[in-house]
Each structure stands twice: as C-alpha cells, then as structure tokens.
Write a protein that binds this ligand. Structure first.
Ligand code: SF4
Length: 255
C-alpha cells in the first residue's frame, strides 16, 4: 500500500509560482488532516502584498468556502486592521496548516482542534514556500502555532506579542494572538480588553509600515536586539551598548 509522504516538501517544485503551488497543494495528502478537512485552504493575496498574515489553520467556515480568514475570526481580524488604519493595505493571508482539524460537531458547527507537531511539520513546507515567494514589508504571526512555526518553538506569544522580531529573509515580524482568542473571552469586559490588546499589537504593525523599524527597535530589550542581530546573521561585540544595537538592527532591516 502506498504511504503518504512525511512532509509536503517533495510536492513543491522549486520554481513554481504561488498559483501553481495552490493547485498542487489542493491534492496534498502529506498528513492525515486531508481526511478531516474538506479541502486544502491555501494562502490568498498578491506575492507583492505589503502585509503577510499567518494564522494557525482554516476554521469551519474557511473549510466550507476554501478561503482563509472568512469566518468569525477573520471578521475580528478585519475589524482590528480597520481600527488601526491597515484595512486597505494589500495583504497575503495564509495559515501554518492548510487543512481544517476538528474533533466534534456541535449543532451546525464543527469544533476546531489544535494541529499537533507532526501535522505542523508536515505542512510547514507549504508555508515556507509562500514565505519564499512573497516579499512583504511586515510579517504578522497570529497565535502561538504560527509564531512558534516561524520564530522557533521557544517563542512565547504572551511575551513576544506586539514587539519587533526578525523573520525569514530578514522580514520585520510582529507576533500577536490569534483573533479567535478575542472571540473566546469569557465576559464582555474580557472581550473588550482582549480586543484592545490585539489592536495595540496591530498598531505596532502600522508603526512599522509607516515609520520603519526604529520606533519598535528602540522599544526592544537588549536580549531582543541581540536575538535580532543573530537572526540577521550579524556579529556584534558582547559589550555593545543598546543604542548601538538599535542602530545595527535598524541599519540591517528594510525601511
Ligand atoms: S494539512 Fe498540509 S500537509 Fe497535511 S494534507 Fe493538508 S496541505 Fe498536506
């Protein structure tokens, strides 16, 4: 019996553009999630979009429509982007895992289940291929699955959110929570607080787009600046002052 590949890597031609990748991904069976989701939900948007937004996986609505961020969490995201003036900025939107994973049906809705490490590893080559073929000014990582897949498993969104990081290809990157976390707040007051905090993180993205990396770099800790120099493959002496680290990072990042 033929076995499924361990990851999607072997399916991805090195020179295929995004449209071709989407059509190949439609037939991906690299992990068992092709059995739970109805269809592959690939990324959507132009390769030269200024913002690249990465979530966890498609939800119930996305699985039905075959498009990312068209359900309640997508509406929450739209609302937050609009609130900070980013509603009209061209975007490419995708997920870390391209099939919907769910555990049970409640009424008409299927209840989301978090993808496991094996499923994330299997699907990562698709995200990597999207990151390789897009050239955003800022990468926004929505939730722990996306943040850990892109920045490393040690990333804690509670600490990293709204702050400057360096992503693949040296792209300025801001992690934040997934918009579905706003919807899961237990009370109205909690929801308002979660929404405000989410918008604050996206306001940092707006600052990056409008003013470049310096304001966020100046807000970073020395440890964060050192992590950014490492991600940029820069070597700096151990005793370098914070102001000089800021200059080094800002000088290496695109404006
Ligand atoms: S989740 Fe990703 S790796 Fe798994 S079958 Fe779907 S597209 Fe392929």
């Amino acid at each position: 019996m033929a076995t499924s590949p361990t990851t999607a890597a072997d399916l991805i031609p090195s020179d295929a553009p995004l449209e071709r990748l989407a059509s190949i991904a439609a037939g991906c069976t690299a992990c068992d999630l092709h059995r739970t989701g109805t269809r592959t939900v690939f990324g959507e948007g132009a390769a030269d979009a200024r913002l690249l937004l990465v979530g966890e996986q498609p939800g119930d609505r996305e699985d039905v429509e075959g498009r990312p961020f068209v359900g309640p969490a997508g509406r929450e995201l739209d609302r937050a982007l609009e609130a900070v003036g980013l509603g009209d900025v061209p975007q490419y939107r995708t997920n870390t895992v391209k099939h919907f994973k769910w555990s049970e049906q409640r009424g008409k809705r299927r209840i989301h289940e978090k993808p496991n490490r094996i499923e994330i590893q299997a699907c990562l080559p698709w995200l990597q291929a999207e990151l390789d073929r897009t050239s955003p000014d800022v990468l926004v990582l929505l939730g722990a699955t996306a943040a850990q897949a892109v920045l490393g498993p040690e990333t804690k969104v509670t600490r990293a959110r709204g702050r400057l990081h360096v992503g693949p290809h040296g792209v300025p990157t801001v992690p934040t929570v997934h918009p579905s976390s706003v919807l899961r707040a237990r009370s109205d007051a909690d929801r308002v607080a979660a929404r405000d905090a989410f918008q604050d993180d996206l306001a940092a993205v707006a600052t990056l787009l409008e003013q470049g990396p310096r304001p966020l770099a100046e807000d970073a800790t020395v440890a964060e600046l050192r992590a950014m120099t490492a991600a940029l493959d820069l070597t700096v002496p151990a005793r370098t002052r914070k102001a000089d680290l800021v200059d080094v990072v800002v000088g290496a990042l695109p404006r």
